[in-house]
Ligand binder design. Structure first.
Ligand code: ADP
Ligand code: ZN
Length: 210
């Protein structure tokens, strides 16, 4: 089963990807996490991606398509995968189709912009293992410390308010056309992301089965 999670930044794609990963036993592939790891490691494409990421802009299609292609060729992805944050542009979706990747379902997590803005302002991330938290809705056991690996939690540079506004604009302009793209392919299921994580989990699991 190959699944795409579509949704604005902060819609809860990462959290839902984890839920599905447990349910289906297939890996989550997050281009955002892979790019952040590349930036941290100082690889060639990490250096190229950093400026765009800090500004909240998209990294070039060439780079992300290349990373994604390598990742889905790995052994653990052969029984299926959940894509979190890819595709984000129509050319990226076309690249997937051209690679011959069969997508079974596209789950759109729909959340209003106002809600997104407040969610992202409370988001904290572990730069070491990629785990994400929220100061109100998903607080770590110890403030500022990652439950998973014990490292320090930080505010992502691109979660600063001005950057969030431009990320939302980019989402509406460049990524939202994918709703139509996959709807035409008969693969789209829209789930309204509620404030209750447990409730959203149930809706997503129902969408998977339906
Ligand atoms: P969010 O969904 O919260 O915006 P991600 O962790 O998915 O965050 O992505 C962080 C950043 O990484 C994006 O703002 C963008 O710069 C880059 N990125 C991730 N995935 C893609 C993609 N598919 N295409 C282009 N840029 C991407
Ligand atoms: Zn961690």
């Amino acid at each position: 089963m190959n699944i795409i999670l579509l949704g604005a930044p902060g819609a809860g794609k990462g959290t839902q990807a984890e839920v599905m990963c447990k349910e289906l036993g297939i890996p989550t592939i997050s281009t955002g996490n892979m790019l952040r790891a590349a930036v941290k490691a100082g690889t060639e494409y990490g250096l190229k991606a950093k400026a765009a990421m800090d500004a909240g802009a998209l990294v070039s299609d060439d780079i992300v398509i290349g990373i994604l292609k390598d990742r889905i060729a790995e052994p653990d992805a052969q029984n299926g995968f959940i894509l979190d944050g890819f595709p984000r542009t129509v050319p990226q979706a076309e690249a997937l189709d051209n690679m011959g990747v069969q997508i079974d379902k596209v789950i759109e997590l729909a959340v209003e912009d106002e809600k997104i803005k407040s969610r992202l302002s409370g988001r904290r991330v572990c730069l070491d293992c990629g785990a994400t938290y929220h100061v109100v809705t998903k607080a770590p056991k110890v403030e500022g410390v990652c439950d998973v690996c014990g490292k320090e939690l930080v505010i992502r540079k691109d979660d600063e308010p001005a950057t969030v506004i431009s990320r939302l604009e980019t989402y509406h302009k460049t990524t939202a056309p994918l709703v139509d793209y996959y709807s035409k392919q008969g693969k789209l299921v829209t789930v309204h992301g509620t404030d209750s994580v447990a409730e959203t989990n149930d809706l997503v699991l129902a969408a998977l089965k339906g």
